[in-house]
Design a binder for this molecule. Structure first.
Ligand SMILES: Cc1ncc(COP(=O)(O)O)c(C=O)c1O
Length: 443
């Protein structure tokens, strides 16, 4: 791909209009699209290049963006996320506002590993091959009010999803996935051989529309996939919302899979895991997001014990990728979660007021629209007057040194996803850059 030079970027049509405002008519919900994005050069006609600029950008900095060269060529969010990680690892002065994960509590993790393995090897270091790490399973059962036989441990939530879909869906059968959404869900369903279609969770509140869901069911539908908290919007469905969807699906013999990797952010709301709400619901989750422990890739699925027995029978190999070592560490984390709870709660206690202050200004200045969700570390506002948020995000990166995730990668052009599970000072700087950029680009 190519980047426009600072001068050229100034003249790029960004479509930001100061006339558009909160009272403007909401654009119609995006058509459910789950494929890869078209190549940006065709879609957006970007000019360039300035990967090695000699002149300062509009933020007054001159820094090479070679690491960002593939970023906006990405055809899917997974590819985009990989490219964004390369930008982060390049050590540039770029504010990272795209990540939806709590920053890793590296020291707390290292402490757990030291304690478990520095002297005699931890008693939690047991085989996972037959039935998973029983200590981790017992700790999950206590934490979520489940019985051990309701839980299967996996390689991250992604492994849980793959296992559930492999067991539930035969090639050619039908799976519905929410849109906007996290594209790995539909990828995994496709890998399981499913014919995958989207159903819309409409902006601005991204709730479940049961009539829309019902209209999209087919005789061959086997599963419906949703996230709670919703990625990308952070919106929370209540247990009643989820039960109502499960009731509707039960009539059609369909299983509701609820990806709850962000659910513990709302633990103050005291909701039980979705998998314990009805016999046709499966929770998939992991320690990746709220605890920031991507390093462990420790995940699980939880459901009614009869449904779990059915999954075991249909997929007797379970998850073959599970690591004995990382699941032993996960058992320790779950047996003493306090340092990890304190980590995410401390980060958000510091960053949330900063985000609230910026969002108030951004909304008041008519640059963004949309409420900050009550829980979690994601915000998915509509950018007022902008439809092509991929080009906008690229310009914000090259000219204002701030990286946000374009809504296009979640099936919702016109939105951007802002993550704030990191150090409050860095988030403050990032949001200041965002506001400077959006104000400067508006005309
Ligand atoms: C909704 C959702 N589910 C699953 C994952 C991946 O989880 P894991 O690392 O446990 O496989 C992510 C990561 O971004 C996510 O946002």
């Amino acid at each position: 791909m190519s980047y426009a030079s600072p001068m050229e970027v100034t003249h790029r049509p960004l479509g930001i209009s100061s006339r558009a405002g909160p009272n403007c008519k909401e654009s119609p919900p995006p058509a459910p699209k789950l494929g890869r994005l078209p190549p940006p050069s065709v879609q957006r006609g970007v000019q360039g290049p300035s990967l090695n600029p000699v002149q300062p950008n509009r933020a007054g900095r001159t820094q090479p963006l070679i690491a960002a060269k593939d970023l906006f060529d990405a055809g899917s969010y997974a590819d985009w996320g990989r490219a964004a990680v390369r930008v982060r690892e390049a050590g540039l002065d770029i504010s990272m506002l795209w990540d939806s994960t709590i920053a890793e509590p590296t020291e707390a993790l290292a402490e757990v590993v030291r304690e478990a393995f520095a002297g005699t090897v931890s008693s939690r270091y047991v085989s996972v091959f037959a039935d998973g790490n029983r200590y981790a399973i017992d700790a999950l059962a206590r934490r979520y009010g489940l019985r051990p036989e309701q839980i299967l441990t996996t390689t991250g939530a992604t492994g849980a999803l793959a296992l559930a879909l492999k067991a539930l869906v035969r090639p050619g059968e039908h799976v519905l996935v929410e849109n906007p959404g996290f594209d790995v869900l539909s990828r995994v369903a496709r890998d399981a051989g499913a014919e995958v279609e989207a159903f819309v969770r409409p902006a601005p509140d991204f709730r479940l529309d049961l009539a829309e869901l019902e209209a999209r069911l087919k005789p061959a539908t086997r599963a419906v996939l949703i996230t709670n908290l919703h990625n990308p919007s952070g919106v929370r469905l209540t247990p009643d919302d989820i039960k109502a969807a499960a009731r509707l699906l039960a009539k059609a013999g369909v299983v509701l899979i609820v990806d709850e990797v962000y659910a513990d952010f709302a633990q103050a709301a005291g909701a039980p895991p979705a998998g314990s709400l009805a016999p046709n619901i499966i929770t998939v989750s992991s320690l990746t997001k709220v605890f920031g422990l991507f390093a462990l890739k420790f995940g699980w699925l939880a459901a009614d014990s009869q449904l779990v027995a059915r999954l075991r029978e249909a997929a007797p190999d379970g998850d073959m990728g599970v690591s004995k070592l990382s699941h032993a560490v996960a058992a320790h984390v779950l047996e003493d979660p306090a340092p990890f709870e304190a980590h995410w709660q401390g980060l958000l206690a510091a960053s949330r007021p900063t985000v609230e202050r910026h969002v108030k200004l951004l909304v008041a200045e008519n640059l963004l629209e949309g409420a900050l969700p009550d829980f979690g570390c994601m915000y998915f506002p509509r950018v007022v007057g902008v439809d092509d948020t991929r080009t906008l995000a690229e310009t914000l990166l090259t000219d204002f040194d701030v990286l946000v995730a374009p809504g296009e990668y979640f099936g919702a052009p016109g939105h951007i996803r802002i993550g704030f599970g990191a150090d409050a000072t860095a988030i403050d700087e990032g949001l200041t850059r965002l506001r400077t950029g959006l104000s400067a680009l508006r005309r």
